[in-house]
Design a protein around this ligand. Structure first.
Ligand SMILES: Nc1ncnc2c1ncn2[C@@H]1O[C@H](COP(=O)(O)OP(=O)(O)OP(=O)(O)O)[C@@H](O)[C@H]1O
Length: 356
């Protein structure tokens, strides 16, 4: 569905061997949309199609009222004629050019005179806090600085659509933290739309107004970060936001997930439903506990690892789950792979919502 005020309105259809991307995407002016998905989901393919580096096989791309790609109408505008700016994962700066010449490249390509292009580039470098490094070449810049040059280069063409491909992936943890905060500031100041491709849920949650989760070339789920985190609809999203997720069937005031596991609900629910709860809501017991009918199930320990101050236990069985328990509880239960035990979940921590 396209919002009436969409700056970007696209339906991307790209066939790459057996892989097919089929994605309807829109973005409003000032909106930051994150494309999030597992390896091979089609995120980079989507970004390359929008940038004009890969022609569509079907569908269309319209940006600010201009058709950029429309195979049915035999229309394809090449990358340099699109109002898009791209920050690539490894920045792709020209190694033989200084930072200022890298940034001036875009305006130059779009017809600006040399002096004007340099003046614009200098202003952009100033905005990203790199004025004093304007004459350095990429090899003389740190990762974080190179990232800022790449961002300045993308913004210098005043794009209607800013495309960012894993813009923080190449940075170490500390630089990433600072650069994320800075990127957030620049995205907020950007008047056009922005599309961010990322694997990292934190980058997506912090930087984006809306998440579009792509799996196997299609949209699996979308919404604002809080809504997606609260109600995951796929296994991938559930793992991303750290929840156990199951499909069940609402039967009034209970949702049946598996034989014997049917948490009760305050609000009635009917038909296909999702059930989600955090690993910290799961308790482990050496024997079947009393008084937890419907919210306990037999399981086998499948794996154990440290998780912050707790121990994360992977449980196999009819209700596969992750459980986080305190180290003293783990020791008391003598947890080890293969150990049979019982798991239960606190009913108040269970969320259930319609699956259709
Ligand atoms: N040049 C190519 N030729 C044929 N198929 C390709 C090509 N590049 C990518 N693919 C296929 O297209 C699909 C989507 O790849 P894409 O790189 O868009 O995924 P992605 O979501 O960006 O993954 P990642 O997170 O690993 O970068 C994959 O199945 C991939 O094998």
């Amino acid at each position: 569905m396209t919002a009436p005020d969409a700056l970007l309105d696209a339906h991307l259809v790209v066939q790459r061997g057996p892989f097919r991307l089929d994605l309807a995407l829109s973005a409003a002016a000032g909106e930051v949309v994150a494309l999030l998905g597992p390896n091979g989901a089609g995120k980079t393919t989507a970004l390359r199609a929008l940038a004009g580096l890969l022609p569509l096989d079907g569908g269309y791309i319209e940006l600010a009222g201009q058709r950029l790609d429309d195979p049915a109408a035999r229309r394809f505008l090449p990358a340099e004629r699109r109002a898009t700016g791209v920050v690539f994962q490894d920045y792709l700066l020209f190694p033989h050019l200084s930072a200022v010449d890298n940034v001036a490249f875009g305006p130059r390509c779009r017809g600006a005179r040399r002096r004007d292009a340099r003046a614009q580039a200098t202003a952009w470098l100033h905005r990203v806090g790199l004025a004093e490094h304007a004459h350095r070449r990429p090899a003389q810049l740190s990762g974080g600085q190179a990232q800022r040059v790449a961002l300045a280069r993308a913004l210098a063409v005043r794009p209607e659509l800013l495309l960012l491909d894993e813009p923080l992936a190449a940075l170490d943890a500390r630089t990433r933290l600072d650069t994320r905060a800075e990127l957030h500031r620049h995205l907020a100041a950007h008047s056009g739309a922005a599309l961010l491709v990322t694997h990292d849920p934190l980058d997506a949650m912090v930087l984006a107004d809306r998440l579009v989760i792509v799996e196997e070339g299609r949209i699996a789920q979308q919404g604002d970060p809080a809504a997606v985190a609260a109600r995951p609809r796929t296994e991938y999203v559930a793992r991303l936001v750290g929840l156990n997720l199951y499909r069940g069937r609402g039967a009034g005031h209970a949702v049946v997930v598996a034989d014997g596991f049917a948490p009760t609900l305050a609000e009635p629910l009917h038909g296909p439903a999702f059930v989600a709860f955090p690993p910290a809501a799961v308790a482990l017991h050496p024997a079947r506990p009393d008084g937890v009918a419907g919210t306990c199930w037999p399981a086998t320990v499948d794996g154990i690892e440290r998780h912050g101050d707790n121990v994360r236990v992977r449980l196999a069985g009819s209700v596969a789950a992750l459980a986080d328990v305190a180290p003293d509880v783990a020791a008391e239960l003598r947890l080890h792979p293969g150990l049979p035990l019982w798991a239960s979940v606190a009913p108040a921590r269970v969320r259930a919502y319609p699956a259709s």
